[in-house]
Each structure stands twice: as C-alpha cells, then as structure tokens.
Write a protein that binds this ligand. Structure first.
Ligand code: AMP
Ligand code: MG
Length: 326
C-alpha cells in the first residue's frame, strides 16, 4: 500500500510518501517546507498563506522523488489536529481535494499520536513511556486500554513555547528553541530560577516570567539555567512515571526532542533505571512521514472515515484517539 501523508499543523507543510507492504515500511519521499517568520512568532494567517503557496509544490516534489503518479497512491492521510486553525485547513483542504478528485480513501490523524507512532516504529518499541515535548504540548503518556493516557503534563505552556517566548524576549530569531540550545553550551554560571513540579505535572509560565526579568544577566548563563531547570522538571516527572508504571522503554518525541541536552538528561535517567531510551532524531520535527505511517496503521486495522468526519479538530487531545493497532 502506498500512502501519502500531509502534515500542516503549525510551521511545516510536510508531504511524506511511504510504501507499507508485507510488514515492511519504506520511506519513498519526505518533503518539508518550513515557514519561518522574519520577526516575532508564528502568525497563523501568514503560516496558512505560506502553506497554501507551498502545498502544490510540495506534493508534486514528493511524487517526483518517489517516481510515482498521484494515481499510484492508495491512501491519503492528513494532520486533523491539534494545531493552528488556518494551517490545519490548508492541509485538510489539500488532502480532501486530492482524495475527492482522484477517488482515493482519506483519513485524518491526530498529530501528537503521529509523533508517538513514528518513534515506536523507528525504535522498534513495544509499550514505552512517552515524553512528548513540542511547541504547544508537553505530556508524559503511556498506552492503557487502547488509549495513550496522560500520566502528567504541563499545567500551562508547552516546553517549546517556554524556550521560544524566552528567546523572542532576547531578540533571537525564529525558531528560538535551537538557538537557546546553542547559547546554553557557553553558559558557565547557574542562575536560580523557579522549579515547579506538582506530582506528575509541571508548570512553566512562572519560570518564563522569572527568566525574562533577568535581562541584566549573561544570556548564555540564562539559556543554560533555563534549560537545566525546565529539563530537570521534565526528567523528574518522567522518572516518577517510570517508577510508578514499571516500564522498560522510554521514548522522547516532538520538536524539543531535537535538543541534545534534553536527550542526554533523559538517557542518563533511563540508564539508571535499566530502561531502553529512544529518540527518533530526524523525525522529531513535524513531517509527513509520521502522518502517513499513522494513517496506514489505522487503515490496516479497518478504520475508515466518512467525508464529513474529516473536518479539522483544533483542540484534538492525544488521549481521545482509540489505538486499535499494536
Ligand atoms: P513541534 O511543535 O513538534 O513542531 O516542535 C517545535 C518546537 O520545538 C519549537 O518550540 C522549537 O523551538 C522546538 N525545538 C526545535 N528544535 C529544538 C532544539 N534543538 N532545542 C530546543 N527546542 C527545539
Ligand atoms: Mg509537532
């Protein structure tokens, strides 16, 4: 089965094509067009304009790379939510048009579940504890009774939002997260910042307020301290979950998963507990492959959606999706 996946929840219009046949998944094309505002954060309207301009180009490019025609596609999948409404609508409309015009089955998938599924697939994992850290989401999850249930999560902003909002205050260009990581490497002095863990949950907005008020401090020291504080909070709640749930695998997923210091901290903690740690490197960031892969899993276990069921879901929670596949 050849599956074309379209990602479009925030900044990336991604088109991934996979061949899922006889138990083997081959990646045929992975095209990513990334919106990057000249200043400030992501404006949903401009992000959607960028996507509308790039949708056709990206789809054609992916088909060309795979040496396929649209008629060779057996299933079209798109990111149904959560995300920015205008961006979601461009991805959904592109997928719906292709599906209707060429009579190809269509499935909408949950973007967060797709981040998890690509990690499980690439890491050959069974049932990991999942640390999902992206721009808007920060959750600790485990699959229970066919749902990724949330063991703990941020009570306010996502970890990526924390780094991005902090970075913007200091004039770092979009996306600030990776730039904070770079500057943190030269940080030498640890600056005390609020550390707020409440059982299995964490709070990040007080940390943000406090860090941006320290404008007189050295920026590298601040980046270093912000990362160490926020990541330690995430590692603490992850460790608590590991101890409670007695799992043997730990998966780091989502865009902030690109951060090498966060990877190192979670890896060391996992090692202490004799737990296998995996991060899907090049597939932490938003991409169409994870969307195609998740849709393929859904399709193979019999899930079908009527056209009316493929509307976008801006607030689509990870724990609302029934996981019917292994
Ligand atoms: P996502 O929402 O999954 O697309 O992830 C995007 C978020 O990941 C943004 O907030 C980025 O700043 C953040 N991000 C990407 N790379 C890094 C990195 N190397 N370190 C920290 N944050 C990162
Ligand atoms: Mg994402």
């Amino acid at each position: 089965m050849i599956v074309l996946g379209i990602e479009g929840t925030a900044h990336t219009f991604g088109v991934g094509i996979i061949n899922d046949s006889e138990g083997e998944i081959k990646i045929l094309a992975d095209v990513r067009k990334v919106y990057s505002p000249a200043e400030g954060g992501i404006n949903p309207y401009f992000a959607s304009e960028f996507m509308a301009e790039n949708a056709d180009i990206a789809i054609k490019e992916a088909l060309k790379i795979s040496d396929l025609d649209i008629k060779d596609i057996d299933l079209i999948v798109f990111s149904q939510g959560p995300g920015l409404g205008p961006a979601l609508r461009i991805a959904a409309t592109s997928a719906r048009i292709l599906s209707l015009y060429h009579s190809i089955p269509l499935l909408g998938v949950n973007h967060c579940v797709a981040h998890i599924e690509i990690g499980i697939h690439l890491g050959h994992l069974q049932n990991p504890l999942i640390v999902y850290a992206s721009g808007g989401n920060t959750q600790i999850l485990i699959k229970r009774k066919n749902f990724y249930s949330i063991f703990g999560e941020t009570m306010d902003i996502g970890l990526g939002n924390l780094l991005d909002k902090f970075g913007r205050e200091f004039g770092l260009k979009h996306p600030p997260g990776p730039k904070v990581e770079e500057l943190a490497k030269s940080g030498k002095n640890f600056i005390d910042l609020p550390y707020t863990v409440k059982g299995a949950n964490l709070c990040l907005s007080g940390l943000l307020t406090s860090a941006v008020r320290k404008k007189d401090e050295n920026l590298c020291d601040l980046c270093y301290s912000l990362q160490e504080t926020a990541f330690s909070m995430l590692v603490e709640v992850s460790e608590r979950a590991l101890a409670h749930l007695n799992v043997k695998e730990l998966l780091l997923a989502g865009g902030v998963g690109n951060n090498k210091r966060l990877q190192e901290m979670l890896m060391l903690m996992a090692k202490e507990h004799n737990v296998k740690f995996f991060v899907p490197d090049n597939y932490c960031s938003d991409n169409g492959i994870m969307i195609a892969l998740t849709g393929s899993k859904m399709f193979k276990c019999g899930i079908r959606q009527k056209f009316e069921e493929t509307k976008v879901k801006q607030r689509f929670r990870t724990d609302k999706v029934e996981i019917l596949w292994d």
